[in-house]
Design a protein around this ligand. Sequence first.
Ligand code: ZN
Length: 324
Amino acid sequence: MNVLEPCDLLIEAGHVVPVVPKGAVLADHAVAVKDGRILAVLPRAEARARFLPAEIVSRPEAALIPGLVNIHTHNPMTLLRGVADDLPLMPWLQEHIWPIEGAVMGPDYIADGIELAVAEMLRGGTTTCNENYFFPDVQAQTYKRLGFRATVGLPVIEFPSPWAKTTAEYFDKALEVYDAWRTDPLIRFAFAPHAPYTVSDASFERIGMLSAQLDIPIHCHVHETAQEITDSQAQHGQRPLARLDRLGIVDSRLIAVHMTQLTEGEIKLCAERGVHIAHCPQSNLKLASGFCPVEALRTAGVNVAIGTDGCASNNDLDMFEETR
Ligand SMILES: [Zn+2]
């Protein structure tokens, strides 16, 4: 007699879209799960003959897809949804977002905002996010408590905030949080320098050195607006990407967010170095920042991923809407 293999969960669907092979759509398949891991992806009839599941979820009318990954978000900002609509980036940040954040920023705001964001992300099929905000210790605790996979950003910005008062304190606290969590299976880390216009040369050089030592990504807003380029040329005599290259961080560890202003040479540089680009179309439209040249980047071989940005510049965390 055939002995059935026990598993925790069998999900049957009219169509299963696996992670690999890329582009495959499997009709009338099932996914067997045990101890939080996928045991097998196989035809439904074979699954019933092989497994003894504790629970069966049957969705013959539905497609089962992998969890979506939101590559750029500031999830505590779900609490700032709808604040200061229809303004360009700098007045939006300087006159509205930064003053409000200054007033509400703290562990409760971070935890509550992430909890709301996780509920919204799960309802929209998102199971992993790349987070970029203050209080990475509270972020890590909150994502862990909710069982949600996240890459937590270690913030660096040359302004005092309720998280850190000086540049040295941003780095010290970043490394403390990293050390406390570095072996966790659910939570990972990236350095999160805010943007070229809020982070100094010395800080970028230190981030480059540390990210290489720890082998963690650098998650940074880059070339978000035309103004950013003009200001950088006036202040540093270089476009921001060229400056970051001079400081040694334009490589495959860099996740460059927005990138609405790119020359052909910059697209080529990103392709050669393996830079990853986070494309946030709704944020770029809401703040009238510009258009990321996605097709030119993809044609050049650059990895482009989709992000919602924070809720305040979107105003939701819906990855299907973002993709559309
Ligand atoms: Zn952002």
